[in-house]
Design a protein around this ligand. Structure first.
Ligand code: PLP
Length: 380
């Protein structure tokens, strides 16, 4: 529940639910016949709030994927009934909990499979798992040499059904890199080998957002859509329009005139080059607005860009609104997203921070309340 806004600092991350609907629809339109979507909601839906988005789309997608057990529990506790795949890794006690709650564990390697098998046997668990194959990402998954052992272990677990087999691309966002094709080839041959060993699954899922945008989906395969649903990253979707969901806003709390030469903030890292109007906004690095944006980023005020000046502090940021003479105390300030004709996309901050939009979005802290926007209005 969103606490009474009257008692909150005016700093929010607005999430556009209709933009999410449109993105879901756009991704569905990219899928070949028989293919369906798993919506990836790990890390609280990349900072957008997993529960409302899951409830919003659970009738349309085939299921959800999260990284952690507690992320799956948060969804189930909120009434999500679509299947939830936990990408893992998972520990022995986590498997017990996973069994109780009916989640689908993704099995990430022989050590984990052994732990899983012991727990499944101990509780006579019957249910579904997915098998993750390492086709070249090098982080998680069974390697070719692990398959025989995996098949043997699974053969001793008659109550356990391998419902899906999947792999993950390392560099699908680069169409010039032949590595993605190599990974596809390796995945196919590992599937063949598993079939020979008596392990088959009706369902395969390989494509992440970059692969979906490139159309690298075998008809009938499912896909795991993450960032594409949140409308970030410059994905070339061949015309399909995706909208960013998040608008991170605050309001001017203090506005003052300073004379030329006046220092602003910790370390006196910025000095007014002329008589200037400096606004202070109630947001800081404790909210996920990185200190590395000090003296680098821009924000939007009255539809215009204003530079961040001085150091970003824990709870405060200072901006130069000298060029925006209409700026007033209480004016909305946009840190991320659109205001009027201007937009600060997550990619813009990502470039300044030498990272990717994923990290910018995930960094927006728990201290920033999410509010849900529908038909241009806030909903609770
Ligand atoms: C995070 C993740 C995804 C989603 O990736 P995007 O690039 O956001 O689409 C898909 N599969 C796995 C295994 C992941 O960990």
């Amino acid at each position: 529940m969103v606490p009474d806004e009257n008692y909150l600092r005016p700093t929010f991350a607005e999430i556009d639910l209709e933009a999410f609907d449109r993105n879901v629809e756009a991704v569905e339109a990219m899928l070949p016949d028989g293919s369906r979507m798993i919506a990836v909601l790990k890390a609280d839906a990349y900072g957008h709030g997993a529960v409302p988005l899951a409830l919003r789309c659970q009738g349309r997608v085939s299921g959800f994927a999260v990284a952690l057990l507690e992320e799956a529990e948060a969804l189930a506790d909120a009434g999500v009934h679509a299947p939830i795949l936990i990408l893992g890794p998972l520990t022995a006690p986590q498997f017990d909990r996973c069994f109780e709650r009916g989640f689908v564990p993704g099995m990430i390697g022989p050590e984990e499979l052994a732990v899983f098998a012991a727990r499944a046997r101990a509780s006579s668990w019957q249910g579904e798992i997915h098998l993750k194959l390492d086709s070249g990402m090098g982080r998680m998954g069974f390697l070719a040499e692990d398959l025989e052992g995996a098949a043997a272990t699974l053969g001793q677990l008659p109550g356990v059904r391998v419902a899906g087999i999947y792999t993950h691309f390392a560099n699908a966002s680069d169409p010039a890199d032949p590595y993605t094709q190599r990974q596809t080839g390796r995945f196919e041959s590992m599937l063949d080998r598993l079939r020979d060993l008596g392990v088959d699954a009706p369902l395969h899922h390989v494509a992440n957002s970059a692969a979906i945008a490139r159309g690298l989906i075998k008809p009938g395969d499912w896909v795991r859509a993450g960032i594409i649903l949140y409308g970030a990253e410059p994905l070339d979707t061949g015309g399909a329009r995706l909208s960013p969901l998040m608008r991170w806003t605050t309001r001017i709390a203090r506005l003052k005139q300073v004379s030329a030469g006046a220092p602003i903030g910790y370390g006196c890292s910025w000095r007014a080059p002329r008589e200037s109007r400096i606004a202070t906004i109630p947001v800081g690095y404790a909210d996920g607005y990185s200190r590395n944006l000090s003296n680098r980023a821009e924000v939007l005020v009255r539809g215009l860009r204003a530079p961040v000046v001085g150091r970003v502090s824990m709870d405060l940021v200072t901006i130069d609104v000298t060029e925006i003479p209409d700026a007033h105390t209480g004016d909305e300030v946009v840190l991320l997203g659109r205001q009027g004709e201007q937009e600060i996309p997550a990619e813009e901050l990502a470039v300044l921070l030498n990272t990717i939009s994923y990290e910018v979005l995930c960094a927006v802290g728990r201290r920033v309340p999410r509010v849900w926007i529908e038909s241009g209005r806030r909903t609770l």
